[in-house]
Write a protein that binds this ligand. Structure first.
Ligand code: BDR
Ligand code: CA
Length: 296
């Protein structure tokens, strides 16, 4: 069954591959992209989102820019991974349609206008926009069908602090807002995403159609060494939403570190924590096959 989805994103190389997959995946009808500051500043994540849509002829999908700043602290970025332009030099055409401001208001209006539970949100960056939606438009937020968010780590070491992951470290207060909400939420942490990587042969085999060629260019910039890519973090969100059977899901009771230390944004298991569904294991071969299938 096709699900209507909104992608909240900070492209970002792995975000961009995830978006291309979603646009080509028959299980999704992508009704809009909302952008957030994360891997790089908001202006660039928004331009990259519009450029991707232009590159694959999908400028019918609107882009709305959202939060330029985390809720309560200074931004961090991941330019060291994604490059100064967020896409490591992969050139996209300029957006064909200008992005509009007001992502949070658009999310609220769109959710209120649709049957409750009929729209899912696939969140690939810091959770700032989603947290503002919950705070300012709780009735609309309550109509989200399923929120699937890349972020956090349970047992793996962190990639921002010793035990914190980049998206959650970028805006811990937003994570707390989401955890305290009643939204049906599934988290895809580093424990899963670090297992899913592409090697050079896999990347080259994606070339063919326009979307696959751009995905291959993006993943070439995302290679960690001669042999394999960095983790395909954000594509795992799409893969889980499309084919949950590829993942082993567990309920964990989690709190988030709201301190100012190096591990801000880290998750801790606690009896008082909010119960949340977490993807803990993945069928790696199946996940990679599903990702590639969208670019055939
Ligand atoms: C997350 O951080 C970003 O750099 C990636 O796009 C991904 O969303 C991984 O920690
Ligand atoms: Ca991201």
């Amino acid at each position: 069954m096709t699900r209507r989805v909104i992608i909240d994103t900070d492209p970002g190389l792995d975000d961009a591959v995830a978006i291309l997959f979603a646009l080509n995946c028959p299980q999704f009808e992508v009704i809009g992209l909302t952008t957030v500051a994360g891997n790089i500043g908001l202006e660039r994540t928004t331009t990259n989102a519009g450029g991707l849509l232009a590159a694959v002829g999908r400028s019918d999908i609107p882009v709305f820019s959202g939060a330029a700043m985390a809720m309560a602290r200074d931004n961090i970025d991941a330019i060291v991974i994604h490059g100064d332009d967020g896409l490591r030099g992969v050139t996209l055409p300029p957006p064909m349609v200008a992005a509009r401001a007001g992502a949070v208001d658009w999310l609220a209006e769109t959710l209120m206008a649709a049957p409750s539970g009929s729209i899912d949100i696939l969140a690939l960056g810091p959770l700032t926009n989603i947290a503002h939606l919950i705070s300012h438009h709780p009735a609309a937020a309550g109509r989200i069908g399923h929120l699937v968010a890349m972020g956090g780590t349970i047992f793996e070491p962190g990639n921002a602090g010793p035990g914190s992951e980049f998206n959650f470290a970028s805006d811990p207060e937003a994570v707390a807002t989401v955890l305290h909400s009643d939204i049906r939420t599934t988290i895809v942490p580093l424990d899963v995403t670090r297992r899913v990587r592409a090697d050079r042969d896999y990347v080259e085999a994606l070339r063919g159609g326009p979307a696959g060629t751009i995905a291959a260019d993006l993943l070439t910039g995302y290679l960690q060494d001669d042999r394999q890519s960095r983790p395909l973090h954000d594509p795992c969100v799409m893969l889980l939403a499309a084919e949950p059977a590829l993942f082993a899901l567990e309920v964990h009771r989690l709190t988030v570190n709201l301190g100012d230390d190096a591990d801000a944004g880290a998750l801790t298991e606690s009896a008082n924590g909010s119960p949340v569904v977490v993807a803990m294991r993945v069928d790696v071969a199946g996940a990679l096959a599903l990702l590639a299938s969208a670019f055939d």
